[in-house]
Design a protein around this ligand. Structure first.
Ligand code: UT7
Length: 325
């Protein structure tokens, strides 16, 4: 038996914040945000909603689609960089809210590549014989770590969650996962405050160290190169060629990065899944939500090969070929 996606579902909060809304907060314009990023609007979770709450909403849909109950789940992994708390893990909160059994629960932190990292971990644990059905969630409340006075970052991010149930499939499933990282470039994208390096103090808060810091321009060049390289490596691992790919499901950081990746892979426009205009960059949740939306779209059929690819803080990157089961 192979391991495949047997259920999926996503959740985004109701509140929509448009580029026009942001024009009232910082010195920006709908025109700048649209042309430089492709983003038109993003979703904002209310103050009382944490990442586990969004993850649970997505997970319930995924379980329903799989025809399973929380009792059938053997493992929960949440990919996130905005956990409910430092500890316990957000996966533990999800388990409690779902009333799942006392199964293994933990988080994966790999920024925007987190969902693909989590897929690899879950696939490995399932195929080692340890577990049968895993719930893998990519969920973020990035607006909670966004500096709403910094126009370089606040126009980019949004909140949401995507969940898949992984389980045994007769044919297809996750054919390959390729992962990589380069910790020497951590200064390009991080949140410096609150950890053991800079524990939270009045000083760190006054300096805004609890917000995302990004050197967007430098990241951009790495993103384009590493997304394409990762895609090729995942294809090679799967023994496939780019002509075998039906749809590219890229991390949604910037539409210019998405189109540049598509060009490097020689894929046609209609093969590229884009939802950045609706949700912005949701880090670990971006690929998760995009995968769920694409699986629910009319164009995607059993036997199609989907190519997921992501890049983010760490730096981290990764790609996966999934044949729709
Ligand atoms: O998700 C994980 C990984 N993330 C990424 O890979 C993000 C990669 N980077 C990017 O997507 C892009 O670099 C950004 C969208 C973040 C920025 O776009 P850019 O074309 O690289 O712009 P820039 O940072 O080079 O800034 C160009 C100009 C600057 O003004 P000056 O110095 O040329 O006068 C910025 O101050 O645009 C200005 N600017 C803005 N203007 C209006 C920056 N942000 C804004 C804004 N509205 N929101």
């Amino acid at each position: 038996m192979d391991t495949g996606v047997i259920g999926w579902g996503f959740y985004v909060p109701d509140e929509v914040r448009t580029n026009k809304d942001l024009e009232k907060i910082v010195d920006t314009s709908d025109e700048w945000i649209t042309t430089r990023t492709g983003i038109k609007e993003r979703r904002i979770a209310p103050p009382e909603m944490a990442v586990s709450d969004m993850g649970v909403k997505a997970a319930k849909k995924a379980l329903k689609k799989a025809g399973l109950t929380p009792f059938d789940i053997d493992l929960i992994i949440v990919a996130t960089i905005t956990p409910d708390m430092f500890f316990p893990s957000t996966a533990c909160f999800v388990q409690a809210k779902l009333k799942a059994r006392n199964i293994a629960c933990f988080d994966v932190s790999a920024a925007c590549s987190g969902f693909i990292y989590a897929l690899k971990v879950a696939k490995g644990l399932i195929e080692s014989g340890s577990y049968r059905n895993a719930l893998v969630i990519g969920a973020e409340k990035l607006t909670a770590i966004t500096d709403w006075q910094d126009r370089n970052t606040c126009v980019l991010f949004g909140d949401g969650a995507g969940a898949v149930v992984l389980g045994p499939v007769k044919k297809g499933g996750i054919k390959s996962v390729y992962l990589g990282a380069d910790g020497s470039k951590s200064e390009l994208l991080n949140m410096p405050g609150g950890g053991s390096r800079n524990p939270a103090t009045h000083e760190t808060v006054n300096q805004g160290m609890h917000y995302v810091k990004m050197k967007g321009n430098e990241l951009f060049k790495f993103a384009v190169r590493l997304m394409a390289e990762s895609a090729y490596k995942a294809l090679r691992k799967a023994g496939l060629d780019k002509t075998d790919i039906k749809y590219l499901i890229p991390h949604q950081a910037n539409s210019r990065i998405i189109w540049a990746t598509a060009r490097k892979l020689d894929l046609e426009k209609k093969q590229i899944f884009v939802n950045i205009h609706k949700y912005g960059n949701m880090s670990s949740a971006s690929c998760a939500v995009a995968l769920c939306e694409s699986l629910s779209s009319k164009g995607v059929k059993k036997g199609d090969n989907l190519l997921l690819v992501a890049f983010g803080g760490g730096l981290t990157w990764g790609a996966s070929v999934i044949e729709v089961s």
